[in-house]
Every structure is written in structure tokens, then in C-alpha cells.
Design a binder for this molecule. Structure first.
Ligand SMILES: C[S@@+](CC[C@H](N)C(=O)[O-])C[C@H]1O[C@@H](n2cnc3c(N)ncnc32)[C@H](O)[C@@H]1O
Length: 191
């Protein structure tokens, strides 16, 4: 599945950004207390506005994205602040692309959509009681040429992960940019 744009689109977008990171996602900042202490996998991290916030909040963070321009910026921002970050260049459109990524205490997916098989696969990359935090444009967001209907997050996207994750918080927000949702899941304990 292709989310919004291809690699060239995103490389160009990141090449044209200023030399400052954007602010972290509001719902992540407001709900950081839901995260489990330890490590975070930031899926489709971009140039790392959320990765940097997570590092500042005491987490050990791995950011993955297919844009080398985005990852280079994240490394530059991290170096500037003396932060340690792990980055991996991964194209998430390939099946099993997360296979070797490791196991984390938390997984963040902000403004990116994994397909249903990839969401199921996340259970193998998160510790017991780990947090899966998914946020982005929700189903009531107005679609346009950039944000298509299939990019919007809906509860049905998560119907196959009920066995391994429990939803413990759902948030809706609306502002001038559109309609946003946040789903916060906890990995069920393996028995
Ligand atoms: C809307 S941005 C979100 C970036 C970041 N999560 C944030 O909240 O600022 C979408 C990100 O997905 C990445 N992306 C898009 N398609 C991808 C793919 N097939 N594999 C890996 N990353 C991809 C882009 O490079 C971009 O960084």
C-alpha cells in the first residue's frame, strides 16, 4: 500500500524543510504518560519531530522511514542536541519489512497507515504490556488529492489485533487542519 506519496515525493518534501524540526504531535505530548518506560519504535518517523520529543522524554528510540533525506535530518537534529538515536531505512510497502526491526516497549505510528497484516505482525515486536499508539486523520476528515479515503484511520483497521492488543484510550480532535483520532492499545500478556 502506498501512503500519500512515494519516496521521491517525501525526499523532496524533507529537502525543502527549514533546519528546525516541527513540533511534536499534540496527542502524543498529551498522552506520553500512557507509554511504558523503555524503548519506542517510531514507524514512518519522518525527520523525527516525535522521535526527538520521545528522546527528550527519556525513551530510547528507533526511527524507521524510507526517506534517507528524512533520516539524515533526524540524525542531524539528534547530533545537534547530543541525543542518541537509531535509524533504519525501511520501505514499509514491502511485506515483512519490519521482520528484523527488533522488540520494543512501545510502538508509535503517527500519520502513516500500516496494512492489516503489518498491524498483526506488530505483536511480535512489542513486549507484554507495551503500548501501541496510532494517530492520524480519522474517518470524518475531509478527503482531498493528498489525503485519500484509504489513508484515514477507522476502528475497522484494528479488528484483527483484538487477540493481542486491548484498546484502552480513544481520542478525537478537530481543528482547522481537520479531524484527528488517536488509538492507544496495550499489548496483552502472553499466557
Ligand atoms: C505524514 S509523514 C509523517 C511523519 C511522522 N510520523 C510525523 O508524524 O511527523 C509520513 C511519513 O511516512 C513516510 N513513508 C511514506 N511511505 C513510506 C513507506 N512505504 N515506507 C516507509 N516510510 C514511508 C514518509 O517518508 C514520511 O516520513
Amino acid at each position: 500500500m502506498e501512503y500519500i506519496g512515494n519516496k521521491e515525493y517525501w525526499d523532496e518534501k524533507f529537502s525543502n524543510r527549514s533546519d528546525k524540526p516541527l513540533s511534536p504531535e499534540k496527542s502524543l505530548v498529551e498522552n506520553i504518560n500512557c507509554f511504558k518506560k523503555g524503548s519506542v519504535l517510531d514507524i514512518a518517523c519522518g525527520d523525527g519531530r516525535n522521535t526527538l520529543f520521545l528522546i527528550e522524554s527519556g525513551f530510547e528510540v528507533t526511527g524507521v522511514d524510507f526517506s534517507d533525506k528524512a533520516l539524515a535530518r533526524l540524525k542531524m537534529f539528534s547530533k545537534r542536541s547530543n541525543y542518541f538515536v537509531t535509524t533504519k531505512q525501511i520501505d514499509l510497502s514491502f511485506p515483512n519489512s519490519l521482520r528484523n526491526v527488533g522488540i520494543f516497549d512501545n510502538i508509535l505510528i503517527n500519520h502513516y497507515k500500516l496494512n492489516k497484516d503489518q498491524l498483526i505482525e506488530l505483536q511480535n515486536h512489542i513486549n507484554d504490556d507495551g503500548i501501541l499508539f496510532v494517530s492520524g486523520f480519522g474517518s470524518k476528515h475531509k478527503v482531498d488529492s493528498k489525503i485519500r479515503k484509504e489513508d484515514l484511520i477507522q476502528s475497522i483497521d484494528f479488528e484483527d489485533i483484538n487477540n493481542s492488543f486491548e484498546l484502552f484510550k480513544y481520542i478525537e480532535n478537530q481543528d482547522i487542519r481537520g479531524f484527528f483520532v488517536t488509538y492507544i492499545f496495550r499489548r496483552k500478556k502472553l499466557i
